[in-house]
Design a protein around this ligand. Structure first.
Ligand SMILES: NC(=O)c1ccc[n+]([C@@H]2O[C@H](COP(=O)([O-])OP(=O)(O)OC[C@H]3O[C@@H](n4cnc5c(N)ncnc54)[C@H](OP(=O)(O)O)[C@@H]3O)[C@@H](O)[C@H]2O)c1
Length: 258
């Protein structure tokens, strides 16, 4: 299947490792020019070298998209390099600070919301006017199954649920402009340098086995490639009737009927 996005320009936040890296790589393979960002220049350099070595048209911007200034810098550098933005993948996310109610300060709430929700809101605000004008755009926000149902830390689950709500609302208002907005909800995906690798390395074999038996119907952790493939599909011409959806990529991990 030809996804029909050769020559499109994609911005992926947090593309130096994990799911963002895989999304960026897959969009490159489909012929997009891709801008990625990360806070660590070292991580960026490694990924960029690998991708440029494969002949892909990609730039990296050292920027913290949990801040308005960092998001603006990422956007402006991308425009400088590629001239326009057709696709935005808001990928950065995670938990900052406490995980339950008693251990969570106001600052933890604000930091987690900035990372998961406001980073997406701000980059969308920057890229949207020209997408609307050109009547073509794709926005994929990386949420989590733990934003669609119970799981993870309190602030994380709340922030991902808010990201899904934001995406749904935006999707309906942008549908007439052919700017499609969806969320992708991964389950537990393992990769080098990721949180599930740390979980596996930091716990006894018994604890890990018990987690897998309880949580993962396939009997193993997920892997990034299907996430990258789903991102590319949602960003494609072939997905032109799909907007406002939240799609699990989780090997059956989530329990919800919807
Ligand atoms: N992995 C999973 O199992 C899983 C499951 C469900 C949902 N998700 C969601 O999927 C997304 C990606 O997860 P992941 O596991 O691939 O994450 P990760 O291991 O934390 O990697 C995130 C990427 O984003 C960059 N990054 C982090 N914070 C940033 C910031 N403030 N500004 C710019 N770049 C930043 C990182 O580089 P630097 O550290 O150098 O900045 C890295 O390139 C997140 O939204 C996460 O919540 C992941």
């Amino acid at each position: 299947m030809d996804l029909g996005i050769k020559g499109r320009v994609a911005l992926v936040t947090g593309g130096s490792r994990g799911l963002g890296r895989q999304a960026a790589l897959t969009l490159c393979q489909e012929g997009c020019s891709v801008a990625i960002c990360a806070r660590s220049q070292e991580g960026l350099d490694q990924t960029l070298e690998e991708m440029k070595g494969l002949g892909y048209h990609v730039i990296g911007v050292q920027a913290d998209v949990a801040t308005a200034e960092g998001t603006e810098e990422f956007y402006q550098e991308s425009i400088k390099a590629f001239g326009q933005v057709d696709i935005i993948v808001n990928n950065v996310g995670g938990t900052r600070g406490g995980r339950d109610f008693d251990s969570t300060t106001d600052q933890d709430w604000l930091d987690t919301l900035e990372l998961n929700l406001l980073s997406a809101v701000r980059l969308t605000r920057l890229g949207l006017p020209s997408m609307k004008e050109r009547r073509w755009g794709r926005i994929v926000n990386i949420a989590s199954i733990w934003g669609r149902e119970f799981g993870g830390g309190l602030t994380y689950m709340s922030a991902k649920a808010a990201l899904i709500a934001f995406s749904k609302h935006l999707a309906l208002s942008l549908a007439p402009y052919n700017v499609l907005v969806n969320t992708l909800a991964p389950g537990s995906i393992q990769f080098p340098g990721g949180s599930w690798e740390r979980f596996v390395n930091g716990n006894s074999e018994e604890v890990v086995k018990e987690f897998i038996a309880r949580q993962l119907p396939m009997g193993k952790f997920g892997w990034p490639e299907p996430v990258g493939a789903m991102v590319a599909f949602l960003c494609s011409e072939r997905a032109d009737l799909i907007t406002g959806a939240s799609i699990n990529v989780d090997g059956g991990q989530s329990r919800s009927l919807i």
